[in-house]
Write a protein that binds this ligand. Structure first.
Ligand code: KIV
Length: 257
């Protein structure tokens, strides 16, 4: 069995020039499958709200819901590093951030991820000094989707590019062990990745990051009602499930008593 993945392992992967494949998981069987497939970095993302809980966006996800799913995923005891998103408004102050990060670790998370740059430094520093590894998240911040009126690419204008680069450096200096770059203009994502020592994990940000993350449901075709345009599903699980169910239903209803 390969050794347990830690935040240090993930940092070392960048240092060795080894790309990082990361995926989301929200329950026990999915963590088992992804871990058996050798994915080193798993995230109980708050995308949970959209692809599992039926919410319209991630802002409705609660701490209790995250804890419930983190507990389920942690029972799989993966070899992979298993982290959790801090839900919307669960890290407004330093006190809330540290208390809620502890709750997620209590449920089984090995790191927490939170959205934001410079304005989140006090929270990030406090969580890290409490011994909890933090993954940053810059670019399009899904928890701001209502405020921003949609999911828009970031880093198209010079000022925004500079802000992203600056934020990435600040997060790395504060001790974040990795940074997710979501919907960042690909040249900017590449530039950031070249400028900081910690790995960048891109989503919809081109090929220049140190790794990539996807919502597993998008990758395997398990949420056919909405798919981000940057994802090419590699299987069609929704159709597979429906076809197995229809075959079974037809077999049951064809039987005579
Ligand atoms: O919520 C989520 O799933 C995420 C990733 C896809 C980066 O934040």
């Amino acid at each position: 069995m390969s050794p347990k993945v830690t935040p240090e392992t993930v940092r070392a992967m960048k240092a060795r020039g080894e790309r990082i494949a990361a995926l989301t998981a929200y329950d026990f069987p999915m963590v088992k499958l992804l871990d058996e497939a050798g994915i080193p970095f798993l995230l109980v993302g708050d995308s949970l709200g959209m692809v599992v809980l039926g919410y319209s966006d991630t802002t409705h996800v609660t701490m209790a819901e995250m804890e419930h799913h983190v507990r389920a995923t942690a029972r799989a005891k993966p070899n992979a590093l298993l982290g959790a998103d801090m839900p919307y408004q669960s890290y407004e102050s330093v006190a809330e951030a540290t208390a809620n990060a502890k709750r997620l670790v209590g449920a089984g998370a090995e790191f927490v991820k939170l959205e934001g740059g410079q304005e989140m430094l006090p929270q990030i520093r406090a969580i890290i000094s409490g011994g909890i590894p933090v993954c940053g998240h810059l670019g399009m911040l899904p928890q701001s989707v209502l405020k921003e009126g949609g999911y828009h690419v970031k880093g198209k204008q010079a000022a925004e590019q500079q802000r992203l680069i600056e934020d990435a450096k600040l997060l790395a200096d504060a001790g974040a062990f990795a940074i997710v770059l979501e919907l960042v203009a690909p040249p900017v994502a590449r530039e950031i990745s070249g400028k900081i020592a910690v790995p960048t994990i891109g989503i919809g940000s081109g090929d220049g990051c140190d790794g990539e993350i996807l919502v597993t449901h998008d990758l395997v075709g398990l949420f056919p009602w909405f798919r981000p345009r940057f994802v090419t599903p590699l299987s069609d699980c929704a159709t597979e499930i429906k076809s197995a169910v229809v075959k079974w239903k037809n077999a049951v209803t064809a039987k005579k008593n």
